[in-house]
Design a protein around this ligand. Structure first.
Ligand SMILES: C[S@@+](CC[C@H](N)C(=O)[O-])C[C@H]1O[C@@H](n2cnc3c(N)ncnc32)[C@H](O)[C@@H]1O
Length: 260
């Protein structure tokens, strides 16, 4: 059966997982490096002009490293709220300045009082929300923001900034949301937008980089069959000539504010 349609489909369904069950994305990648976490947290604080008095909600906070770093950097008076439906929330950082809950964004926001937050953050989470849920979710974002509040949606740009093999590039472009489509969704919910960019220079050993890909650390890699992944790793191994892989990891940052 190796290589036949049946084995290909069987492999694909075995490895395909719902987005929220993609547990390896920050385990050993630069996203978990203390320097990255500090840098992205301070970028968010300054972009959103957050202060110790800000009430902040981090939707899809994962292990909560960035959530708790924002709380510490600001020395918040009210704990930052971090929510995530995945069980990794059980391992979220222990900090009195953060309150974590295991729940999905729409269920949580639908019971939150109006005008509760100065900032609502989706860092690399928005693409996990189904297109059916996004309109209702953005309406709740609008409702739950204070009049001067800000929502920040951070997503990967519609281009791969890290080296990838051909099949992985194809599935990335099949699935990746463009910032323009989110701008349309936000404006339908009454939110005005502005785009910024966060950039982080990554330098990682080739061995570690390939093992990250093998662990399907980026969510679109879950769409590949085991065979496609194996072949792609061999392709990338041939392509990457140096022992160190270097690139700029970029995120598009969409600031959304209530239109007057
Ligand atoms: C790529 S991770 C980003 C985690 C974190 N924001 C960070 O940047 O460190 C995406 C997260 O979104 C969460 N997620 C998936 N579906 C969600 C939903 N419907 N509501 C809230 N979070 C969700 C996943 O469980 C996962 O932890």
């Amino acid at each position: 059966m190796e290589g036949g349609i049946l084995s290909r489909e069987t492999e694909r369904s075995r490895s395909a997982q719902p987005l929220m069950l993609c547990p390896n994305w920050d385990r050993d990648s630069w996203i978990s490096w203390p320097e990255y976490v500090e840098k992205v947290a301070s970028y968010i604080c300054s972009l959103l002009e957050l202060t110790s008095d800000s009430r902040i909600l981090d939707l899809g906070c994962g292990r909560g490293r960035i959530t708790s770093t924002i709380a510490r950097q600001l020395n918040v008076a009210t704990p930052v709220e971090g929510i995530d439906p995945a069980s990794i929330i059980a391992h979220a950082v222990d900090s009195a300045q953060v309150s974590f809950k295991q729940i999905d964004a729409l269920t949580y926001l639908s019971v939150v009082d109006a005008s509760s937050y100065d900032a609502i953050i989706f860092k690399q989470t928005y693409h996990c929300i189904s297109s059916d849920e996004r309109p209702a979710l953005l309406e709740h974002v609008f409702r739950c923001l204070k009049p001067s509040g800000t929502c920040l949606i951070m997503i990967m740009p519609y281009e791969l900034t890290c080296p990838m093999f051909r099949r992985a590039e194809e599935v990335f472009f099949e699935e990746q949301l463009s910032i323009d489509s989110i701008i349309v969704e936000a404006s339908r919910a009454g939110l005005g937008t502005a785009v910024h960019q966060f950039s982080y220079p990554v330098s990682i050993s080739k061995r570690n980089y390939l093992s990250l890909i093998e662990s399907r650390f980026m969510s679109h890699l879950r769409l590949l069959s085991d065979r496609e992944l194996r072949e792609g790793l061999a392709e990338l191994d041939r392509f990457l000539k140096s022992d160190t892989v270097m690139f700029e990891d970029r995120l598009e940052c969409l600031i959304c504010r209530k239109l007057a």
